[in-house]
Structures are given as C-alpha cells and as structure tokens.
Write a protein that binds this ligand. Sequence first.
Ligand code: SF4
Length: 292
Amino acid sequence: MSETERDVTLNGQAQGPILAVSACLLGESVRYDGTDKRDARVQGLLAPFFQFRPLCPEVGAGLGVPRPPVQLVRREGELRAVGVEDPDLDVTAAIEEFARRFDREDGVDGLVLKARSPSCALGSAPVGESEELADGLFAARVRTRRPWLPCIQEDQLDDLWSRLHFAERVWIGHGLRSGHLGCLRPSWVYRLKGRGPGGIDQDPARSLEEALSRPWAEEEIARQTSFLQDDPALPEAWRERLANAAPEADPARRLGLLLAALAALDGDERGEALFLAFAGLTRSRDEAPAPC
Ligand code: SF4
C-alpha cells in the first residue's frame, strides 16, 4: 500500500468510523498469560481506514493480567465462563457486567473480535470438550443488544467479501449515525442490492457479493458511473478517477469508487477516505498481508 493510500488523516486526526477491536489483536499484552495476538490483517487491511478503540472484556471485567485461563461450559443449558483448571472459578457475571457497561458506550461503528475466545469469539468459541461452538460471552451480549452493529472476527478478514461487506455496513452505519446520509446515498445501495430501506441490518445474509452477482449489477454500476461523470458538480479529480477506472476491473472495486465519488459529490470529505478504504479492502487476497 502506498503512502498516499494511507493518508486518510485530516489535520493530523484519524478520520473514519470507529471500530472497537479486541486489544490482543492490536498487540496489547492482555491475554491470560500476558501475551498478545497481534494480527497483521487488522493492521494491514483496516488500520489505514478506521479508527481503533481497543477493548478487552476480561481485563475490563477486572480479571487482571496474568489470570487463570477460562473456557465456556454449558451448565443447566446456560453458557458460562469457568476456569480451565478450576471449574469452581466462574467469571460469567464479571464479563457480563463489562458487556453491560459497553452497552452504554457511544460512537462505536463496528467490532473486530478475536476468534475462539470465550469472551470475544463470534460463533467460534469451543464449549468444553463438546463439538459445540458458540459466541463468547461478551460478543453474545453485544449481538443480542445491538444486532445492527457490524462484527467480524480477524480470521474472516481473509475473505474479500466478508471484509468488504463488513466495511460497507460500518460505513453505512457511520453515515446514518453521524447524520451524513448523503455520504453514502443508501437508497442507491438498497437499489443495487434489491433491498428495501431499513432492511440492511435486518438481513445481513444478503451480501454485497450476492448483490454484485445479479445480472444487472454490472450494467447498473456502468450506468451510474456514466451518470456521475456527467454531473458538473463532481470535482475534476473524481471525473478522472471514474474515467480511468478500467471497465474490466473487479465490480467491487468499481462499486467502491462509485460510492466514494457519490460522497465526494456531496462535498463530504470522507469520500476520499471511503475511496481509499474500498481501494484497500478490495485488494485481492494475494495482496493482503499474511496473518502472523
Ligand atoms: S478477552 Fe478478548 S481481547 Fe481480551 S485477551 Fe481474550 S480475546 Fe483478547
């Protein structure tokens, strides 16, 4: 990635939506044994385009570092987090209390969470010795209380469509929350996706990939691109970008460019950040940094 692609700060301040990220993925030594799980995908793919707010539910719950490792178990039908070595150690209430406090935290546009963690995982935490996989306790609470908040695990960032869909939902949510509806022209996105307004969070199964696989998607992108190019309000630099976009380029890239140009047309300086985000996030998997 070039320096230009990384340059999405304005007045020295990071711009863009805020992602709450499992602190261990950011290199903070917060794991039970005092180590971290720094992840190159989080840094390489997301850091240039989003602001990070580290969080560790277990440290936030007051469990300290180092601490006894915990695991999920099912007791009387309920998932609980108990000590791996001492099953009498039950930290469920402490983690849930931290999650309740997080409910009141404003300004978070999405979460990037650690896979397989009994606190953070999204459907990938082992439950005792069984075959069952579940959400970590913190993640489960967030998903129940704020189902509209986009969440992704670090291993899902390997998949182009997963990360693009995540980023798109984060940007749309950010645009809605910050009152810059014009920034993302959601009605246009809905149209492309064949969704009705309000359906975007209720129907996460419908992915951008699915939208772009529609037979008329390519034609719609081309039509909207040409329409935008003729709009006298669009700054010259963006005209050139649209004109230079190779017609054979990945449709996701062209859609990202189009969304960003729409933001620029609205005079929203985040159009630039959005352009760069999509340019970075739609790099092919081979171009993405290898996981550490
Ligand atoms: S609770 Fe989450 S953030 Fe904290 S160390 Fe475990 S996986 Fe990382």
